[in-house]
Design a protein around this ligand. Structure first.
Ligand code: NDP
Length: 297
C-alpha cells in the first residue's frame, strides 16, 4: 500500500509553474499573470483556502488580488464587480470562492456565468464545462485535474478500469467522472440516491469519494488493491478528516490519498497552472485578433 504524497506532487507542479513564470515573464520584464479571488462573507474555511491560494501565487511569481466582500453583498453588486474584472486587462483568472452565503447561493449559476470563460480559472461556466464535456477543453476544474494527475503520476493505467465516483457536484464529482471517462475508464457516478452504494464501490478498481461526510467509506466498501482517492475535507473535533476512514481502509488498498496532504494541495497547484494557461490563451487570442484586424485593413 502506498500513501500518496499530494504535497510533494503539488510542489513539483508549482516549481514548474515558477520556472515558467521566471523564464517567460520575470526574465523578460513582462507582466506576470494575475489571479483574483473573491470571498463573500465570513466562511472560515474559505478564508483558509483563499489564503493558501494567495501564498501559492506568491511562491510561483503569479500576481494575486483577494477581495473580501461583506456577507450582505447583493447579487447585482457582485455581478457588476465581476464584469469590471472581466474587462480589466491586468486580470488573468477570476475565482469566486464557494460556498456563497445562502442569499447569494440562489443565484450561484448566474454569478459564476458572469465570469468571462477566458478568465474562468476553475472552469465552472457553462461554456467551459461544455468544452470539457465535449473533450475540447484547455482547462478543467482544479480539483478534478489534480485527481487525474495523482493517478497518472503513479503510472496507473486507467484504460478499461472500473471507476466509481461518489458525489456528483459540478465542482468535483461530475467533472472528475467526465475526465476519467476521457481516459477510457468505465465510470459509475453515485450520489445520495444511489442504491447499494457499498456493492458498487466494492467493484471499483479506482474509488473517488467527494461527498463531505467524514469517514463514511470503510473497508467493507473497498475492493482489495483498489486505488482510493479521498476528496472530502471535513472539520471535526479530531481535526481535518476525509470521507474515507483512512486507518480502517488503508491496508486494503494499493494506493490511498490522505487528508490532509492528498488532493487538497493538488487543487491549489492546478489553480496556478490554470491561471497561466488562461493568461497565455487570452494573449494568443488577442494577438490573433490584432493580426486579423491588420489583414482587414
Ligand atoms: P457537494 O455538497 O456539492 O456534493 C456532495 C455530493 O455527495 C452530492 O452529489 C451528493 O449527492 C453526494 N452525497 C451526499 N451524501 C451521500 C451519500 N450518503 N452517499 C452518496 N453520495 C452522497 O460537495 P462538493 O462536491 O463540493 O465537495 C465534496 C467534498 O469534497 C467536501 O468535503 C468538500 O469540502 C471537499 N472538497 C475538497 C476539495 C479539495 O481540494 N480537496 C475541493 C472541493 C471540495 P446528491 O447530488 O444526490 O445530493
Amino acid at each position: 500500500m502506498k500513501i500518496i504524497d499530494g504535497k510533494a506532487l503539488a510542489q513539483k507542479i508549482k516549481n514548474d509553474v515558477k520556472k515558467h513564470i521566471f523564464e517567460n515573464y520575470i526574465a523578460k520584464v513582462k507582466k506576470a499573470p494575475c489571479l483574483v479571488c473573491i470571498i463573500v462573507g465570513e466562511d472560515k474555511a474559505s478564508k483558509v483556502y483563499v489564503n493558501s491560494k494567495r501564498r501559492a501565487c506568491e511562491e510561483c511569481g503569479i500576481g494575486s488580488q483577494i477581495y473580501q466582500l461583506p456577507e450582505d453583498t447583493s447579487k447585482n453588486y457582485l455581478i457588476d464587480f465581476l464584469q469590471k474584472l472581466n474587462n480589466d486587462d491586468n486580470v488573468s483568472g477570476i475565482l469566486v470562492q464557494l460556498p456563497l452565503p445562502k442569499e447569494l447561493d440562489k443565484y450561484r449559476n448566474e454569478i459564476i456565468n458572469t465570469i468571462s470563460p477566458e478568465k474562468d480559472v476553475d472552469c465552472l461556466t457553462y461554456q467551459n464545462l461544455g468544452k470539457m464535456y465535449s473533450g475540447e477543453h484547455l482547462i478543467a476544474p482544479c480539483t478534478s485535474t489534480g485527481i487525474i494527475k495523482i493517478i497518472e503520476n503513479e503510472n496507473y493505467n486507467l484504460d478499461g478500469k472500473d471507476v466509481v465516483v461518489v458525489g456528483r457536484s459540478l465542482l468535483v464529482g461530475k467533472s472528475v467522472a467526465t475526465l476519467l471517462q476521457g481516459k477510457n475508464a468505465t465510470v459509475t457516478a453515485c450520489h445520495s440516491h444511489t442504491q447499494n452504494l457499498k456493492d458498487k464501490c466494492q467493484k471499483a478498481d479506482v474509488l473517488v469519494v467527494a461527498v463531505g461526510k467524514s469517514k463514511m467509506i470503510t473497508k467493507d466498501y473497498i475492493k482489495n488493491g483498489a486505488f482510493v482517492v479521498d476528496v472530502g475535507i471535513n472539520r471535526t473535533e479530531d481535526g481535518l478528516v476525509g470521507d474515507v476512514d483512512f486507518d480502517n481502509v488503508k491496508d486494503s488498498c494499493s494506493y490511498i490519498t490522505p487528508v490532509p496532504g492528498g488532493v487538497g494541495p493538488l487543487t491549489v497547484a492546478c489553480l496556478m497552472e490554470n491561471t497561466v494557461l488562461l493568461h497565455e490563451n487570452r494573449l494568443k487570442l488577442q494577438k490573433n485578433c490584432e493580426t486579423e484586424m491588420d489583414i482587414d485593413n
